[in-house]
Write a protein that binds this ligand. Structure first.
Ligand code: SF4
Length: 212
């Protein structure tokens, strides 16, 4: 499927805007901004927290150890990195990989909102607490991880950040289980019966009419 030329141009302009951005203090310490990576018509968008050391150097998201682990988890579950779009809540690396601050997240929010609108993914997978709270403020990741939720026309799927599994191996079984569930969700979404109506999804999504 070819990407609409208007969408391609708009995303390209948006990436250039992000690369020049000075809206928050993170521009002072970055090597380069990391807008995102992947097909502009991706069915699935992954949203992490912020670029790390390697991402800041290379200008691409999830290229370090956490990225390698993410690739492995995708492949194990029938998903391919080259088919998904990957970005972060903030596009520039916080110094010493500290957590992004609320004003930095707020300054950067508009870029993510525009990426979502233009790419229009069917499924958004949030990686870690910050990305999840962008969409479900106040929710607890330890309670909602691995459960698909519908918000508007999209399915959201919160997962722990792959870095959690790297630094604390006790989280790996949980991460692997959530990626298994994600692979199942995508397979079901691709079934012809699920193509026409999201009603099909009510068979297996969590009913979350009230967000925490
Ligand atoms: Fe701009 Fe976002 Fe980078 Fe801050 S983190 S300078 S808002 S692109």
């Amino acid at each position: 499927m070819s990407v609409d030329e208007h969408v391609r141009e708009a995303l390209h302009r948006l990436e250039e805007e992000i690369k020049r951005c000075t809206r928050c203090r993170l521009h002072q310490t970055r090597t380069q901004a990391v807008p995102g990576d992947g097909p502009y018509d991706a069915e699935i968008m992954f949203i992490g927290e912020a670029p790390g050391y390697h991402e800041d150097k290379q200008g691409r998201p999830f290229v370090g150890a956490a990225g390698q682990y993410l690739n492995e988890l995708l492949e194990k579950n029938g998903l391919r990195r080259e088919d998904v779009y990957i970005t972060n809540i903030v596009k520039c690396r916080p110094p010493r990989n500290r957590d992004p601050l609320p004003d930095e997240i707020a300054a950067c929010q508009d870029y993510l909102d525009r990426q979502i609108e233009l790419i229009n993914p069917r499924v958004i997978v949030t990686l870690g607490r910050f990305a999840m709270q962008h969409f479900f403020p106040g929710a607890s990741i330890s309670r909602v991880h691995g459960q698909p939720r519908r918000l508007g026309d999209r399915i959201f799927f919160p997962i722990f950040h792959p870095a959690a599994g790297l630094y604390q191996p006790k989280w790996q079984p949980l991460l692997e289980e959530d990626f298994r569930k994600l692979g199942d969700l995508i397979r079901r979404l691709r079934e012809p019966s699920a193509q026409t109506s999201y009603e099909q999804l009510s068979l297996f999504e969590e009913d979350e009419s009230h967000h925490e």
